[in-house]
Design a protein around this ligand. Sequence first.
Ligand SMILES: Nc1ncnc2c1ncn2[C@@H]1O[C@H](COP(=O)(O)OP(=O)(O)O)[C@@H](O)[C@H]1O
Ligand SMILES: [Mg+2]
Length: 225
Amino acid sequence: MTENLLQISSLEKHYPAQGGKVVPVLRGLALTLRPGAFVALRGPSGCGKTTLLLCAGALLRPAAGTVLIDGCDPYALSAAARSAFRAAHVGFVFQNFHLVPYLSVLDNILLCGLAAAPQPALATRAIDMLDKLGLSHRLRHRPAELSTGEQQRVALVRALAGGANLILADEPTGNLDAANSRILLDTLADFASQGGAVLMVTHEPAASDRAFTRLDMRDGYLNSC
Ligand SMILES: Nc1ncnc2c1ncn2[C@@H]1O[C@H](COP(=O)(O)OP(=O)(O)O)[C@@H](O)[C@H]1O
Ligand SMILES: [Mg+2]
């Protein structure tokens, strides 16, 4: 294992626009996350924060540059191998949770984690994490039966339970009240303190204050602040 959980260099990404033109979004961006990093990524809407997370998480192939997760370039893998690699190495937390509505809390977590870990170990870890986050009485409930705060805690367990050591979170506190935000941020901070790495997009001061460091995105680059 390398020391860097995420190492991005010279990353470029653009999207097609009308008239055969392209919109440049990432313009040679660099970012390194070591174990223990909890980084808040800020920047105006449309500046490319989600694009960066998708490229960093092996979900969106960059136009140029390299992404190394745990020392491995996921874009050099076949699509199937990349999916398996992603399941084992990266956990995603989204603003809108993206839970599967017809699956129970526990099955939502198992569905995602099974690609990364055998079921008995995964289920034990998931139940333990759900218990720590106050959800042990909710294992068999469907997402629609949960509050937004509870749904986001389930999504957080889903991201963590597979054993990934890199968490990418896109405005994870955007739909949460103050108490649930605190629970989520404390859990991310603990995860980083125990040797994981977190890259969290946020525009909320309480969330960026809780991160250990802050980066601002402007014009396709990152500036520390
Ligand atoms: N699939 C896409 N096709 C074309 N343009 C896109 C696509 N996804 C994002 N964009 C554009 O790229 C820019 C960056 O988007 P995004 O990464 O979502 O920004 P942010 O998360 O910072 O709001 C925006 O101008 C957006 O409209
Ligand atoms: Mg976004």
